[in-house]
Design a protein around this ligand. Structure first.
Ligand code: ZN
Ligand code: ZN
Length: 310
């Protein structure tokens, strides 16, 4: 019964997760989620809780989705259909439907508004044609024959950043994430807000900012250039940027030329990254490694992960 579900947009590769349902018991005014089914076996079970997804808010939420009229005293009663129950599948905030499982093609992606969500599960026989999943193990550092316990950093996400990366797949590298207003850029590391910054752009974002919001784009580049470590991550291939745009008359060469000029003038590396999932992994891996080398240097270690290697 305990299960997590992963979905991705078939157009922009936006990635969401849901999970559950899990039985819970009421405790005073709160709720206690059973840690495992064994514990839940003898109840009481007042309802089922789940991590659901609201496409209108673009948020994952943890809600009770089923409440029983009277508490159940065994797990098996969940499957009996004559127990009175209330089910709630609407968002507490916007009142739109929330989803635990998303039928293929049923829910439109709120990010690109073009694709729909599908189960993220490359077919077994096709899996060799997809990029492999990111590693699950923590960053390993070994010096003088001993492993060095580099602490996990915390990612800071700009609070204005909407439908960007959440880094939930990278708990092996990060202690967690916090959201706060950043004066410039979208992602940085806690305690290193003044030295490292990542600016994320989709291709339509980039076209709009270079063509229609050019003054702002230039001011942004000037401010990014002051950081020790900065980059612009484009969520799309160079082929995509060089192909005439659906929603803009701008000439691709004008956009690409300006982007390359900005890269050289302000020394801001530009990366073309295939899609949402790979771009998120790139940013995660980069921030994790940047932090490790800085931490090693500050703490009197050699600036390498493995002695005699990288
Ligand atoms: Zn999408
Ligand atoms: Zn909502």
């Amino acid at each position: 019964m305990v299960q997590n579900y992963e979905y991705f947009c078939n157009h922009c590769h936006y990635f969401i997760e849901t999970g559950g349902p899990w039985p819970y018991a009421k405790e005073g005014r709160g709720r206690r989620q059973y840690k495992n089914l064994h514990e839940a076996c003898s109840g009481p079970i007042h309802g089922l809780i789940a991590n659901v997804y609201c496409p209108a808010c673009d948020r994952g939420k943890t809600y009770p989705i089923v409440e029983y009229g009277k508490p159940l005293f065994s797990l098996s009663e969940i499957w009996l259909s004559d127990i009175p129950r209330k089910t709630k599948r609407v968002c507490h905030k916007c009142k739109n439907p929330v989803f635990l499982t998303l039928a293929p093609g049923a829910v439109r992606c709120p990010r690109c508004k073009k694709g729909t969500f599908e189960v993220w599960e490359p077919l077994e026989e096709d899996s060799r044609q997809y990029p492999v999943s990111p590693p699950k193990s923590p960053l390993k550092v070994r010096q003088k024959g001993k492993s060095v316990p580099v602490p996990k950093p915390t990612v800071v996400i700009d609070s204005q950043e909407h439908m960007g990366y959440r880094f939930e797949r990278f708990s092996n590298w990060f202690a967690g994430t916090i959201r706060k207003r950043l004066p410039i850029g979208d992602y940085t590391l806690l305690g290193m807000e003044n030295e490292v910054i990542v600016e994320r752009k989709t291709v339509p974002d980039l076209v709009k900012s270079i063509i229609q919001e050019r003054g702002d784009f230039i001011r942004k580049c000037e401010r990014l250039s002051a950081f020790k470590k900065k980059c612009m991550v484009i969520e799309g291939s160079m082929a995509c940027l060089k192909t005439p745009y659906e929603d803009s008359m701008a000439h691709p060469n004008a956009v690409f030329g300006s982007l390359m000029a900005a890269q050289e003038r302000w020394d801001i590396p530009v990366y073309f990254l295939d899609n949402f999932l790979l771009a998120e992994e790139f940013v995660a891996s980069m921030l994790s490694k940047y932090h490790a080398y800085q931490w090693l240097e500050i703490n009197g270690f050699q600036r390498c992960l493995i002695e005699g290697d990288i």
